[in-house]
Write a protein of this length. Structure first.
Length: 55
């Protein structure tokens, strides 16, 4: 109950963004390969940010 008002940490926000980008990449991979590649590049940048937070 008290978790309703808990704010997300930076790492949780980045993980959510990463998952969203991967879903978008997967959806675009069947339609437009160049846009899918752009989404994957964005996802890799977010993954790098997550790695720097882990260290």
């Amino acid at each position: 109950m008290f978790g309703l008002f808990k704010k997300k940490t930076e790492k949780e926000k980045l993980n959510d963004q990463y998952q969203k980008l991967l879903k978008e990449y997967h959806r675009l991979s069947t339609v437009d390969r160049t846009k899918a590649d752009q989404k994957m590049a964005e996802a890799e940048e977010v993954a790098k940010k997550i790695d720097t937070l882990n260290k």
